[in-house]
Design a protein around this ligand. Structure first.
Ligand SMILES: Cc1ncc(COP(=O)(O)O)c(C=O)c1O
Length: 497
């Protein structure tokens, strides 16, 4: 019925093993009568099938339906073909069995999807029939009220596409605002949200999408040494009175200017990553999102947190990045870490917003497929069992604190920032000008680090930021190794320069 993932990273492959599927064996001649308990008498015998399904021992049908109503996207109820949903437990070739052990001949194949026949699972099937419900409920339990309705997708772009659509349907408005430097996806719709020339193509995109100045307290016009929620602040001076951030006022002023000049009086949404990822771990002044959300809501818009990079404990102090800003969004989108490399994503929203979307029919062949749900569920278990959020906090804080010492040592390290294991190191020609280190120099250092055995990332609108976003299982020893190599690579570059 579904394909097992073939190209997962080590741990993920292990996880998906729980729900993996085997290819069918050649069928024998064993004849099996219809599994209907009370079959109508005037119909021909069902063709025989030599496969014996496992008995279903999972969640009750009533409980499955209850979760569908509370935590699953309303479309799951709407796209149910029958008056009473058929809860499929297992499949074999052209045969399906429901949780009551009834056998069906499948002549629709998940809308022409199961091309070569359903494949039996390897392990016991205690909860396979309810796997999407179980996962949706589990994922929703990680989010605060009223964020309780889960839509499962196959990628982050798709999740953001869906969030755009839902925001527009719910509000009846069209315009969406994003922060410059952001990355929200590469689909034709989300390319409009993405605000980084490297990821834009010269095609029609971005209808209804407007950007506003990114409140970047290092590179932007305003910012000081108390602005952000990070173990390391910028070296820019701060003359603000306690508890009052002038930089935040200025950047919020820019957002107000955008409202006054670039969008209609009512908008659909504001998208923001809690910490920019592709943009280079850019952090905003502490109250920026809180103030922006207030203004957006006054304009009729909904607030969307793109947690594709910051979710699942990466920021250390919290499970979700938005929690570090003390806000509750109206929608949260997620991908990447949700599946530890398995292609999946999700939008979680409120029942009210979900209801507007349910007026039409949205169909998604693979969103919420059983393998994805099994993987997603295992990832949540691993996060808890291995304490990866705490590792993010401890190792990330250590890394940033030590990197700040390198910033003080080298003229070309302009800024170190981030939270947990979402870390950026912004490179400059010199500290006074803050001009960006040119791409060739970035590449030299990047290559050198690779040649010494470490892979890191690059980002930023000008490609001037090194990004450190490792798996959340790294150790202090790994951190020390990286710090030594990074120090050496910068030293080597300075010697050559
Ligand atoms: C913050 C953010 N949102 C959305 C996306 C798009 O996700 P995907 O590549 O799964 O479509 C990305 C991908 O890098 C991302 O970083």
């Amino acid at each position: 019925m579904f394909k097992a993932a073939s190209s997962l990273s080590g741990r993920c492959a292990l996880l998906t093993g729980q729900a993996s599927v085997k290819f069918h064996l050649a069928s024998g001649a064993l004849r099996q009568k219809s599994a209907f308990k009370h079959p109508p008498t005037d119909i021909p015998d069902m063709p025989s099938c030599n496969f014996k399904p496992e008995e279903y021992t999972g969640m009750s049908k009533e409980r499955i339906m209850e979760i569908r109503r509370q935590n699953c996207n309303p479309m799951i109820m709407k796209v149910t073909y029958y008056k009473k949903p058929v809860l499929i437990h297992q499949g074999y070739m052209q045969w399906l069995w429901d949780v009551d052990g009834r056998r069906y001949l499948d002549l629709f194949a998940g809308v022409a999807t199961v091309s070569v026949g359903s494949l039996p699972p390897e392990s016991d099937g205690s909860s396979r029939a309810a796997v999407e419900e179980i996962y949706s409920e589990k994922l929703a339990s990680y989010l605060p009220d009223p964020l309780k309705v889960v839509y499962l997708t196959n990628s982050g772009s798709e999740a953001n596409d869906l969030a755009m659509l839902m925001a527009r349907l719910h509000t009846g408005n069209f315009d969406i605002i994003t922060l410059r430097g952001s990355y929200h996806g590469g689909s034709p719709q989300t390319m409009g949200l993405t605000s980084n020339a490297a990821y834009k193509y010269p095609i029609a995109n971005g209808l209804g999408c407007t950007t506003t100045m990114c409140p970047d307290v290092f590179r932007g016009p305003w910012g000081g040494s108390h602005c952000r929620d990070s173990p390391v602040q910028t070296t820019r001076p701060c003359g603000c009175a306690q508890g009052h951030c002038m930089a935040n006022d200025q950047y919020i002023g820019q957002l107000k200017e955008t409202f006054a000049t670039s969008v209609p009086s009512r908008i659909a949404a504001f998208f923001g990553e809690p910490i920019q990822g592709v943009g280079g771990a850019v952090q905003y002044p502490k109250n920026y999102l809180k103030d922006a959300y207030k203004l957006v809501r006054e304009k009729g818009g909904v607030c969307i947190a793109d947690e594709v990079q910051t979710g699942f404990g990466r920021t250390g102090s919290h499970f979700w990045g938005f929690q570090g800003h003390d806000v509750i969004p109206d929608m949260v989108t997620m991908a990447k870490g949700i599946g530890n490399g398995f292609p999946m994503g999700a939008v979680v929203t409120t029942p009210e917003i979900a209801a507007a979307f349910a007026k039409g029919v949205h169909f998604n062949t693979f969103g919420g497929n059983p393998v994805a749900c099994a993987v997603g569920s295992s990832v949540l278990d691993v996060i808890k069992k291995d304490g990866t959020q705490q590792i993010s906090l401890d190792v990330g804080t250590y890394l940033m604190t030590e990197l700040a010492k390198l910033r003080d040592k080298y003229e070309i390290i302009g800024d170190v920032r981030g939270k947990g294991l979402q870390i950026g190191v912004e490179m400059v020609k010199d500290k006074a000008s803050r001009d960006t280190l040119p791409p060739e120099a970035m590449s030299e250092i990047f290559e050198d680090i690779k040649d010494m055995g470490i892979l890191i990332g690059k980002g930023g609108v000008y490609g001037q930021i090194f990004r450190i976003q490792p798996p959340m299982c790294i150790t202090m020893e790994d951190a020390d190794f990286f710090l030594a190599i990074f120090d050496k690579a910068i030293h080597n570059y300075m010697e050559r320069r």
